[in-house]
Design a protein around this ligand. Structure first.
Ligand code: SF4
Ligand code: SF4
Length: 252
């Protein structure tokens, strides 16, 4: 099942990449899997809040939490490096990737159903509550538990293909062997105190070397970007702390 599922998603991304309007927006996805009963999931209720759902609250008979990372192309990642506002390419890729993930998971639901397996979608990428700024499922944390990467000082999940891209997760009743979590920190600052460059490029100083993160200001700044790119749709982006960084497109 694992091979079929990964081939399906890779092929889906390849087909989207061939459409003239997307023209090579993405690299090949990578995957990781967690046991839906992994003891780290209940920990998220303490770490994030009681509102964060357990896999079984989404899919009672779910056995595996699948996580995948779809990197954006190196040129799109590079286009967003430096400056105050996001690049147009980055904003457009952000919107296209949300659509891509929706299409993948709709297709996958049907495809896995043909083999008698079910999937449950976890959270829409826009499902956070704007009042409380809370979401009842964190793709990044679920992907961490599955072993897809480790958290950077910039709060992104650094994977073997870097941090510039998007994470998707879903739960399935298929039993897939869990992947091991990395044994070392991928973030250079967390590893040995070096780097830290992401802190210096944030246009509004929303992160620091102590690991503090001003969520409210960061969100407000992404709103500023959304207004800037209004003609594209609702692109509440920034990611200056990721693009052009040593962890942008590969594990540093
Ligand atoms: S830029 Fe450096 S310090 Fe910041 S998250 Fe990436 S590796 Fe870590
Ligand atoms: S996304 Fe932008 S505003 Fe938010 S921490 Fe990163 S650089 Fe700063």
């Amino acid at each position: 099942m694992r091979d079929k599922l990964e081939s399906f998603i890779k092929e889906f991304v390849r087909c989207f990449n061939e459409k003239p309007e997307f023209a090579g927006t993405w690299g090949e996805p990578i995957f990781a899997y967690a046991d839906a009963r992994d003891p780290l999931f209940p920990d998220l209720k303490r770490l994030i809040g009681e509102h964060h759902k357990l896999p079984e609250e989404i899919m009672p008979d779910g056995r595996t939490v699948a996580a995948y990372f779809i990197p954006v192309s190196e040129s799109i990642a590079a286009s967003n490096a430096g400056g105050r506002y996001a690049s147009r390419e980055w904003a457009a890729a952000y919107l296209s990737t949300i659509d891509l993930i929706k299409s993948i998971e709709n297709g996958l639901e049907h495809y896995m159903g043909l083999s008698g397996w079910k999937i449950s979608k976890t959270a829409d990428h826009r499902s956070w509550d704007p009042q409380t700024m809370r979401c009842d499922w964190s793709h990044r944390h679920a992907a961490y538990i599955a072993g897809l990467g480790t958290f950077g000082l910039n709060r992104g999940l650094i994977t073997e293909k870097g941090v510039c891209g998007r994470i998707g997760t879903f739960i399935t009743d298929a039993c897939i062997e869990p992947t091991p979590r990395p044994e070392t920190e991928y973030c250079l600052f967390k590893l040995d105190g070096s780097c830290g460059i992401c802190v210096t490029v944030c246009p509004i100083a929303a992160i620091d070397l102590e690991g503090n993160y001003d969520n409210k200001s960061c969100m407000a700044f992404t709103e500023e970007n959304a207004k800037f790119f209004e003609s594209l749709g609702y692109a509440d982006v920034c990611a200056k702390c990721m693009s052009g960084m040593p962890c942008a497109v590969e594990r540093p």
